[in-house]
Design a protein around this ligand. Structure first.
Ligand SMILES: [Zn+2]
Length: 145
């Protein structure tokens, strides 16, 4: 992708894995300050997920790339993001499906899965590009992992 960048995240883990994916999805921001974005519209989100850790699993992976795609792309692709009421809210601003919140929720989905793995990897960064000119980087704080 022409406009792709890979922002670096600093950590002390031995291994770092990055998974790219594209997610076609619709959303709307349920607030008058959002202007035109209060209307339902679509994006092809470009997502980069960074997972790090010191230990590999029994198959030599930090985490299986396909598994990572399944839990994020499999849930959000070709959906109306606002419909995922287990993740997003149309009344609480901190859970509106803005690019910022989409990045945070992806990090939470990923970390929830990583927490079930014996090698205990960590999601250290989620990059979400909403358009050729706009992107967000979310980095979970160590205390919230
Ligand atoms: Zn939008």
């Amino acid at each position: 992708m022409l406009q792709q960048i890979y922002p670096q995240v600093f950590h002390n883990f031995r291994y770092e894995l990055n998974k790219d994916m594209q997610i076609a999805a619709a959303h709307f921001i349920p607030h008058e300050a959002a202007g035109k974005c209060a209307n339902t519209h679509g994006h092809t989100y470009f997502v980069n997920i960074t997972v790090a850790g010191d230990e590999l699993d029994e198959s030599g992976f930090l985490i299986n790339f396909q598994q990572l795609k399944k839990i994020v792309h499999g849930k959000l692709d070709h959906t109306l993001i606002n419909d995922h009421t287990d993740l997003f809210s149309n009344t609480r601003a901190e859970d509106f499906p803005t690019t910022e919140v989409v990045a945070r929720k992806i990090a939470e989905i990923v970390q929830e899965h990583l927490d079930t793995m014996p090698n205990r990897p960590t999601c250290v960064q989620v990059f979400v590009r909403e358009s050729p000119t706009s992107y967000v980087v979310y980095r979970p704080k160590a205390g919230n992992r």
